[in-house]
Design a binder for this molecule. Structure first.
Ligand SMILES: *Cc1c(COP(=O)(O)O)cnc(C)c1O
Length: 395
């Protein structure tokens, strides 16, 4: 009991200290949204920390579908999907995603986090081997731990290390390689074609998390397979409905037998309530909008290229980012917090990422580009960063 209270108190004291130094940036509440700006404490700030890559939050058609769903079904469901919770709108959503991802079937869960946790731990277990990239998302790591399978991790995007892990585990065991399509802290793209070659060579399976590639990669925003010109080669496709898709939920798309297995065995499907109808309606409409408003994908891609070009020209380290997630490496934690304060004082809503979320001494600003930004917005950010560089010596 004393140790427990000590733990809570020490942590709370640390938060207090950071707040007193005016370097606490978390849990701030947004009052309203005017893409690409948000209003915080009455101040209009340029939003540079959003996952809404195609700027679909508040889109009229998406709002309308959510409202229509409430009018038709109300706000909740009759419980878990497998019993009384399934409504036509859940089936419509699953069909929409399966068709968008060119798969036989799809199952949705109540969040992306829950999707990884429940799917990995349902599909794989004792005796099996899960092999992850060291930078895989926490929800994948937690799913692997919960599964009870042997859990191996290879160095980030290191194909030789991945091959060693495959060579060192028996062909008789079920082996699955699980990677992010786009890494959430670095913004780089996983070498999926090469990973697929290895996975086939060693008779393993491939699962890919598309949280940051859906709507971002590929001419039509279909994701990593479209980007690499692959043809349904990934065995298990996972994604979220809370980033590019302005709703909540997660999905697995794949074969009919895979999806049917999950619908009867995944504990988060069998023991947790169905997605609310409004969330389903919003997600269905979002996939329509992505197909109909191609300009959003083009504009996002233009913005990403412009931002990365300008940052590189100014000498900043953006790792190997090629996507809407743009890290700007600063290194020291204290300096990173001070640069964040400098940017926020210029009404730029940007957030720091520190250890343990990223390796020690790679503290960074993580900036997200969105479709609603114009060249002027990006230039404004770049100019502020150049000023910060003079003051804090970042490059
Ligand atoms: C955000 C994220 C998730 C979790 O999705 P939620 O819908 O927010 O729970 C899973 N994987 C990756 C790579 C993510 O970035």
């Amino acid at each position: 009991m004393e140790n427990f209270l000590k733990k809570l108190n020490e942590f709370n004291q640390r938060c207090e200290d950071i707040k007193n130094a005016n370097l606490y940036f978390y849990l701030r509440s947004i009052e309203s949204i005017e893409e690409p700006y948000v209003i915080v404490n009455g101040r209009k700030m340029l939003m540079l920390a959003s996952y809404s890559y195609l700027s679909l939050i508040g889109h009229p058609l998406i709002n309308q579908y959510a409202i229509d769903a409430i009018k038709k079904y109300g706000t909740g469901t009759h419980g878990v999907r497998i019993l009384a919770g399934t409504e036509k709108i859940h089936e419509e959503l699953e069909e929409t995603i399966a068709s968008f991802k060119n798969r036989e079937a799809c199952v949705v869960f109540s969040s992306g986090y829950v999707t990884n946790l429940t799917s990995i731990s349902t599909l794989f277990g004792r005796g099996d081997v899960v092999i992850c990239d060291k930078l895989d998302h926490a929800s994948i790591v937690d799913g692997c731990r919960l599964s009870g399978a042997a859990f191996l991790r290879f160095n980030h995007n290191d194909l030789k290390d991945l091959e060693r892990k495959l060579q060192n585990t028996s062909n008789n065991r079920t082996r699955v390689v699980i990677v992010d399509a786009v890494y959430s802290m670095d913004g780089d793209i996983s070498p999926i074609p090469e990973i697929l070659d290895l996975v086939r060579k060693y008779n393993a399976l491939l699962m890919v998390d598309e949280a940051h590639s859906l709507g971002v990669l590929g001419k039509n925003g279909k994701g990593v397979e479209e980007y690499f010109g692959l043809n349904n080669d990934i065995d298990i496709l996972m994604g979220t409905l809370s980033k590019t898709i302005p709703s909540v939920g997660g999905y697995i798309a794949g074969s009919k037998i895979l999806v049917n297995y999950l619908k009867h065995n995944a504990r988060a499907f069998v023991f947790s309530a169905a997605l609310p109808p409004a969330a389903c309606g919003a997600a269905i409409a979002s996939f329509k909008v992505i197909e109909e408003e191609k300009w959003r994908i083009e504009k996002l891609s233009k913005n990403i290229n412009h931002f990365l070009d300008e940052l590189k020209k100014a000498g900043f380290n953006t790792l190997n980012s090629q996507t809407a997630i743009v890290p700007l490496i600063i290194g020291e934690e204290e300096k990173t917090l001070k640069v964040t304060r400098f940017m926020q004082d210029r009404d730029i809503f940007v957030l720091p990422v520190l250890h343990p979320a990223v390796p020690i001494n790679t503290s960074r600003l993580r900036m997200n580009v969105t479709a609603s930004m114009d060249k002027e917005h990006i230039d404004f950010v770049v100019d502020a960063l150049k000023e910060a560089d003079k003051l804090f010596k970042i490059t």
